[in-house]
Design a protein around this ligand. Structure first.
Ligand code: MOS
Length: 751
């Protein structure tokens, strides 16, 4: 078995490396989008609709406009032109709510922005927003949680894998199910969940003549640039988006939301910088959420547990204007071997804000359903849940008909079972006890796509022995600053503390969105190529600079290692540090640019590239006082080479904590009368907190996947959340005998 250990020698790759940006964060010097202040800056507070369906009849801003410090109350009549945006090439022009704010007077969900108060202070703007009087033509909203597809369900062609992922249909799923000796037919429900990063969405917009600068809390600065350029009719290069730090996003900050063009439109008219920070309450209304899903899973199996047929039919709710598809079938067609399969989906229109990607979109609710069904089938057949998965291990990706580049799911199971002590499990419900508590043990498998987005980067080597790496990606708190520093250190032989990392700015080489767990995998080829090009320049300088030790040589007789240029015949010991070479040439720096191509969406992949893993979970159940706790988790992840085990473990632990919240607490509830998200605050929207978090053991298998990049590193941001809810509900059943198929598990379900 391979485990991640400290890399040999001095390589920073594979070494547990504390965040290079850690000191900035803990000292408060790291600047988030709302931390930027400018002279004359104004504050904007939106007014949200208090109905979820209907029409704005009148906006009376007279009283608000007269309040002290108020500059303007914007609404549909006076905001100025905000155009729509369309999809451009690549990740450019994506947004979930495509209707620009204030485009018409129709209200389609509760909290939809209908006016904007701008004032000298935040307090004045808030008071003015509260003083705006709105009358409506009101209709009853539809926020029903009983989901039936509006249109005929379609077979899934998954949107998040290779472009040619085979339709999720093979064999005769219905026929094989009908004649299968063993059957399971159950429906699983996941609720709407709201992203609650600590950092609120925020925009500070500055118009400088024809140029728009946005300080935004964004997981994708280039996409946001493309959307805003279209909305305001500007050349792309006249829009600059800056995101230096993110207090996370979980997918909610991937694509622009309507507050951003509102702030920009206000800045355009008032000729002053405008700051708009979305309130926590608005975070539940206007900036996306994971939609509710209802998934019927039918399994047909032989008596020994071998799958014969798998059908998954799911529905997610969506907003009135968007077509968001929660791709619950993303992993279904390849995770296990089954000859007859059909995955179909539909959507149900509701008066809710647009859903959007939330950590592990699609696969997370999808695997909750399919892994739960597999656990139930195992119980039905009295087979160990690990064993039923081993039995159904595929030889290839059966959806694409191609091999996996690197799949070690069986080893994940064996390592996880061994670390957890799974062999001591007794199958009977309620049969395991400890200290007067009933124990429940459950497990599940997981997977997440691995691919590369296009990426560009530049690397500079400087005459003081330092280096600078620049890439217009973002660090959502996962460790991208540190990974960029590690990669540059590795290739340029510069110590980590002598590397300046610059990211989060559309003026830099275009970097990937912080999404899909793909940043690390994507930036590796770009940074390495950039460093190599900087080094190539340096070698040319070494042979052309008068007085250089290498003046008589040709560049190809030289090599570079550990920050030193040397003649191959002499060896690195006789090398010269690059700072000395640059100094002799009177050069401050050399720069190299590099790019990495996308593998995401490759129409003809030779290999199916996925990460894999599993969770083993223990819960304790105290029936007398109806107390359920997750008491222990062992998670094993096969995500290729792990560049930074410290940051990697942190990602997986965080995902497991989020999974405890998904299984036991999180759900956004809509008021059937007015359509408002009811629990729209951090007191009523319950999430896992420190007291809910048990010891979490994370183990990485460390098999480099060279299909992804030369280091073999896939991503780890999302996979830890996949499967965990199924493992927890299986453990709950094992302890209590209660099958909960609608998340979250509530105490009332268990008593
Ligand atoms: Mo993630 S949902 O791709 O930010």
């Amino acid at each position: 078995m391979a485990t991640t250990v400290e890399a040999p020698g001095t390589s920073p790759i594979g070494r547990s490396t504390p965040r290079v940006d850690g000191p900035l964060k803990v000292s408060g010097a790291a600047k988030y989008a709302s931390d930027f202040h400018f002279p004359g800056m104004l504050y904007a507070v939106p007014v949200g609709a208090t109905i979820a369906n209907g029409r704005v009849v009148k906006i009376d801003a007279a009283a608000a406009e007269k309040m002290p410090g108020v500059r303007k109350i914007f609404h549909r009549e006076n905001i100025g032109k905000i155009s729509r945006s369309v999809l451009g090439p690549g990740f450019e022009g994506i947004c979930d709510e495509r209707r620009p704010p204030f485009e018409d007077d129709v209200v389609r969900y509760y909290g939809q922005y209908i006016a904007l108060a701008v004032a000298d202070t935040f307090e004045s703007a808030k008071a003015a927003a509260d003083a705006v009087r709105v009358s409506y033509d009101k209709e009853k909203p539809n926020v029903s949680t009983d989901l039936k597809a509006d249109d005929e369900p379609q077979v899934v062609v998954t949107t998040f894998g290779p472009a040619n992922r085979v339709r999720s249909e093979r064999g005769d799923a219905a026929g094989a199910f009908a004649s299968a000796p063993v059957k399971l037919d159950q429906t699983y429900v996941t609720p709407a969940e709201t992203h609650n990063p600590i950092e609120l969405h925020a925009t500070t917009a500055i118009w400088d003549g024809s140029t728009l600068t946005l300080y935004e809390s964004s997981q994708g600065v280039f996409n946001l640039q493309g959307v805003l350029a279209q909305m305001f009719g500007l050349p792309k290069e006249n829009v600059r988006v800056i995101t230096k730090f993110l207090g996370s996003g979980f997918g909610g900050k991937l694509w622009p939301w309507t507050h951003c063009p509102l702030a920009a439109a206000a800045a355009r008219q008032l000729g002053k910088p405008v700051k708009l920070v979305v309130s926590r309450k608005m975070m539940f209304q206007t900036v996306g959420h994971r939609p509710r899903t209802q998934q019927r899973v039918r399994l047909g199996a032989a008596a020994d547990g071998k799958l014969i047929s798998l059908q998954q039919d799911y529905v997610n709710d969506k907003a009135i204007l968007d077509h968001y598809h929660e791709d619950c079938g993303e992993a279904t067609a390849f995770q296990y071997s089954v000859p007859n399969l059909r995955v179909a989906f539909g959507r149900a229109k509701r008066n809710i804000g647009s859903p959007t990607a939330m950590r592990g979109p699609g696969a997370v609710p999808g695997l909750y359903a399919t892994e739960s069904a597999l656990n139930e089938l195992a119980d039905q057949l009295k087979i160990d849940p690990v064993q039923i998965r081993v039995l159904n291990e595929p030889k290839i990706d059966e959806s694409l008909g191609i091999p996996f580049s690197s799949r070690h799911l069986l080893e994940c199971f064996s390592v996880g079972a061994e670390k957890f002590g799974w062999s001591k499990r007794t199958a009977e419900v309620g049969s395991m006890k400890r200290d007067g508590l009933t124990l429940g043990w459950g497990m599940a498998g997981c997977t997440w796509v691995a691919a590369r987005f296009p990426a560009a980067a530049s690397v500079q080597l400087r005459d003081d022995g330092t280096a600078r790496v620049a890439c217009g990606t973002q660090d959502i708190g996962t460790g991208t600053y540190t990974v960029l520093a590690q990669l540059t250190a590795q290739r340029a032989g510069v110590p980590l503390d002598k590397i300046e990392v610059v990211l989060g700015d559309t003026s830099l080489p275009a970097g990937p969105i912080s999404g899909g767990s793909m940043v690390t995998g994507s930036v590796i080829p770009a940074v390495f190529a950039a460093a190599d090009n900087a080094i190539a320049s340096l070698l040319n300088i070494a042979v052309t600079t008068p007085g250089s030790a290498f003046e008589k040589r040709k560049p190809d007789e030289l090599a570079f290692e550990g920050g030193r240029v040397f003649a191959k015949v002499d060896g690195v010991a006789k090398g010269v540090p690059f700072a000395d070479l640059l100094g002799r040439a009177n050069l401050r720096l050399v720069t190299g640019g590099g790019e990495g191509a996308a593998t995401f969406g490759n129409p003809k992949p030779k290999f199916s590239t996925q990460s894999f893993g599993c969770h083993f979970v223990e819960v304790t159940w105290q029936a007398e006082i109806a107390r359920l706790r997750v008491s222990r988790v062992v998670t094993v992840i096969d995500a290729g080479r792990i560049l930074n085990p410290l940051a990697g473990r942190n990602q997986v632990e965080g995902a497991v904590v989020m999974g405890i919240g998904m299984a036991l607490f999180e759900h956004t509830t809509y008021d059937p009368q007015n359509g408002a998200p009811i629990n729209s605050n951090l007191a009523d929207y319950v999430m896992a907190v420190n007291a809910d978090v048990p010891p979490i053991e994370v183990h990485f298998l460390d098999y480099p996947d060279k299909e992804i990049n030369e280091l073999g590193a896939r991503g780890i941001g999302e996979i830890g959340l996949a499967g965990i809810a199924a493992a927890i509900t299986a453990a709950v059943h094992h302890a209590t005998g209660v099958r909960v198929r609608e998340l979250p598990v509530k105490i009332e379900d268990l008593i």
